[in-house]
Structure formats: C-alpha cells, structure tokens
Design a protein around this ligand. Structure first.
Ligand SMILES: [Zn+2]
Ligand SMILES: [Zn+2]
Length: 172
C-alpha cells in the first residue's frame, strides 16, 4: 500500500501539498485549514457543520419547551404526591413524556440551552405545589407531623428526580 506516499493536495488550497486528512470526512487538508480538536484534525467544513448542528433552535423553542415541561411536571407532581415511593416512577415517566412532547413540538431542534430551561422549569413547576403544601401543612392544625413530612420528602424527591432525569437525557 503506497497510500501514505501518495501526494495529497489540500481540498481548499489545490496547490498545497499535505499529509493531513480531516478525521471526519477524510478530505486532505493543509495545516492552515486544519483545526485541532480533541479527536483529531478537522477541516473547516466539518467544523462549521458541527457548530450548526449544535444550535438549531428557533428563538421561541425554549419558551415552548419550558411551557410543555412546566405543565407536565406540575401535573406529574400532583399525581405523584400521594404515591410515596412510587413517585419516583411518576417523576421519570413525566420527565420522559416532557422530553418526548417537547422534541415533537420543536421538531427535534437542538440547543445546549434546552437542558437548563427544561430541567429548571421541571424543578420549579413541580416544586410549586410542594411549597403550597408545606404552607398549608404549617397552618392546618391536626395534621399528622410524620405523615406530613413523609409526603413532603417524596414531593421534593419528585422535583429533584424529574429535573436530573431531563438534564442527563439532554446533556449531549
Ligand atoms: Zn472534514
Ligand atoms: Zn488548505
């Protein structure tokens, strides 16, 4: 095989000889065109298309994502509130549903911002009934303390689980 001895010319500068190739599309590139990435040299085209894929959302997508996630998280936390331990499954189910519905609504557009928006709204919206519950719990006499705290802890767990579930599903 004489592939390595073959003279390559840069795909962007036809007159420049080179030994380098883009490690994504395999185009020959000169040292000036090459960008060093953690996984190797990349040509300018691959760098550009990579950045484009990274953020494809429209400006209103985070708003839609927040609304959908907020409603699902709120309903889920109200549903899961009295299920004790099983609220964990409701939380993950609600998180999954929120991701699925959002993906559909914003047509799979992506942005690193979405994980913060969605995890944040999921946490805040599902925590809202818990805050109200604790407030009522504090003011209503004759409420069993142990039972009240037990419910409060699982309610809080719901918020933590749904937010981290969404965050980890979207981290890449
Ligand atoms: Zn390339
Ligand atoms: Zn070049």
């Amino acid at each position: 095989m004489s592939e390595t001895e073959q003279t390559l010319t840069c795909a962007f500068h036809p007159k420049r000889e080179t030994q380098l190739r883009c490690n994504r599309c395999n185009k020959p590139i000169c040292i000036q065109c090459a960008t060093h990435t953690p996984t190797g040299y990349r040509c300018p085209e691959c760098i550009r298309s990579q950045q484009k894929v990274f953020v494809t959302t429209k400006w209103f997508d985070p708003v839609i994502a927040g609304l959908i996630t907020g409603v699902i998280a709120l309903l889920g936390s109200m549903l899961g509130a009295y299920l004790g331990f099983y609220t964990i499954f409701i939380a993950m189910g609600a998180g999954y549903l929120a991701l699925l519905a959002t993906k559909k609504a914003i047509k799979n557009r992506r942005s690193p911002l979405l994980k913060f928006v969605m995890a944040g709204t999921a946490f805040a919206a599902s925590l809202a009934p818990t805050v109200y519950y604790l407030y009522a719990f504090y003011w209503l006499p004759g409420f069993g303390l142990a039972a009240g705290l037990y419910t409060a802890i699982w309610r809080l767990a719901f918020s933590v689980i749904i937010a981290s579930y969404i965050y980890y599903q979207l981290r890449n």
